[in-house]
Design a protein around this ligand. Structure first.
Ligand SMILES: *[C@@H]1O[C@H](CO)[C@@H](O)[C@H](O)[C@H]1NC(C)=O
Ligand SMILES: *[C@@H]1O[C@H](CO)[C@@H](O)[C@H](O)[C@H]1NC(C)=O
Ligand SMILES: *[C@@H]1O[C@H](CO)[C@@H](O)[C@H](O)[C@H]1NC(C)=O
Ligand SMILES: *[C@@H]1O[C@H](CO)[C@@H](O)[C@H](O)[C@H]1NC(C)=O
Length: 399
């Protein structure tokens, strides 16, 4: 008896310690007995239950998905939570290949109305999008089926997303709506060049978003900046393949909010269709505003349109080019932009005939064209940029 107790007591005490320390630090491991998640199986229920418990915790909590590969059908993780919440994905979550199996057609994983979220852990959200890209006909069919975005952040505030990879999303990789004060750090987006409509990070109606030390390779815009984006800082982002870093398209819909305070710094853009771009549709239904936009210290490597403002953006002739854009672009700078253009037009600034661009500065721009279709040139319309240290053929020689 005495001997037995001697053996059991320490075990009991240590078990007690483990369980209380877990409760104190608020760790919700989806593979624990409570949730029963297992690698190589579907953890939709386990993870959803862990979220519900963690979100209800009155002290800081951490959900852990350990390393390993797990199936996840999809969910929207909703707040408000009672305390800061961390979602630590160490392993890989895989979406169903068939988009029709997702509970919500346009979202694989959503985070909604959460204050103080940390998404971390070094893991991967794998959208398994290859089948969906083949079926995507949205460029031809206006009533095409909606396709799931890997990660949606709706009304998320004071949050950090770091050391996370999103891979092969069926549609955009990340979409932000109504967010405030959210930082992406060491974030990775990975999809092949031929994947359709797989924008890396799309931002709309959000303020105070930072994207730093991030690598984006995908089939569409690396970062796309929609209406209502304010105070966006993008620093040390590598983009390519993809369509570059783009403001817009804007001016297609009514009730678009202004875009302002955009700072794109220290980025490298390689083998993309565009480098840094602002695009607006002609014949806008309402007035729009883009102002206080700064592109600085950007390296271009083999980019088709390194520097571009296009206010006659009209793919597939879906608009009336004769009616000028009603989006006013002002207070824009392009500074320290160096590298190579894969077409002869290194700088293209085509502004609106109705609302010419104002206060646009080109400074220290050094681009070379290495192809055989003539020499490097620039094209400017409805704009008189301020030019500092830009060699003549690039300084709006043709107009
Ligand atoms: C974003 O960057 C700006 C400028 O560096 C900084 O003032 C701000 O605190 C950052 N915000 C977040 C959420 O990290
Ligand atoms: C830029 O980001 C890359 C990739 O995340 C990182 O390895 C590198 O250290 C960063 N550079 C600076 C100057 O912070
Ligand atoms: C920008 O890049 C340069 C060279 O890679 C580096 O020295 C500098 O620290 C970077 N600045 C920021 C703000 O990341
Ligand atoms: C553009 O900058 C000028 C001078 O700094 C400022 O007065 C003006 O309000 C700015 N315009 C917009 C639309 O922000």
């Amino acid at each position: 008896m005495d001997l037995k107790l001697k053996n059991i007591l320490p075990m009991f005490v240590s078990l007690l310690l483990v369980s209380t320390s877990n409760a104190q630090s608020g760790v919700y491991d989806v593979t624990s007995a409570n949730y029963g998640g297992k690698a190589n199986s579907d953890i939709t229920q386990a993870l959803s239950k862990a979220w519900t418990d963690a979100c209800a915790s009155t002290s800081a909590s951490k959900i852990v998905v350990p390393s390993g590969t797990y199936k996840f059908v999809g969910a929207t993780f909703k707040g408000p939570c009672k305390a800061p919440i961390e979602f630590q994905l160490q392993g890989t979550l895989q979406a169903p290949e068939d988009g029709s199996q997702l509970p919500k057609a346009d979202t694989w994983i959503g985070f909604e109305r959460i204050d103080g979220l940390t998404l971390s852990g070094g893991g991967t959200f794998d959208g398994l999008g290859a089948t969906a890209w083949k079926q995507n006909d949205c460029n031809k069919n206006k009533n095409c089926k909606s396709i799931a975005i890997n990660l949606r952040f709706n009304f998320v505030t004071n949050s950090i997303i770091r050391d996370i990879t999103t891979k092969d999303s069926k549609n955009f990789h990340v979409n932000l709506l109504g967010c405030n004060n959210v930082a992406f750090q060491h974030f990775t987006v990975s999809a092949p060049q031929e994947s359709i409509n797989t924008d890396g990070i799309h931002i709309g109606r959000s303020t105070g978003i930072n994207i730093t030390d991030t690598t984006i390779g995908t089939g569409d815009d690396c970062i796309s900046i929609g209406d209502g984006t304010k105070q966006l800082h993008v620093t040390n982002v590598t983009c390519g393949p993809g369509h570059g870093i783009s403001i817009g398209s804007l001016g297609k819909y009514e009730n678009e909010e202004p875009v302002s305070g955009i700072f794109i710094k220290n980025c490298t853009i390689s083998n993309t269709d565009n480098g840094v771009r602002i695009k607006t549709w002609p014949a806008s239904p309402a007035n729009g505003v883009v102002s206080d936009v700064h592109f600085e210290d950007i390296i271009m490597d083999n980019v088709k349109n390194p520097v571009i403002i296009d206010q006659e953006y009209c793919p597939h002739n879906q608009c009336t080019l004769q009616v000028p854009s009603k989006v006013k672009i002002s207070n824009v700078s392009f500074k320290n932009i160096k590298g190579s253009s894969s077409t002869p037009v290194g700088i293209k600034l085509v502004c609106s005939g109705g609302l010419p661009c104002e206060n646009v500065e080109l400074s220290n721009i050094d681009l070379t064209y290495t192809g055989k279709e003539g020499s490097i040139t620039s094209e400017c319309k409805h704009i008189k940029p301020t030019i500092n240290n830009v060699a003549q053929p690039l300084a709006c020689a043709t107009s």
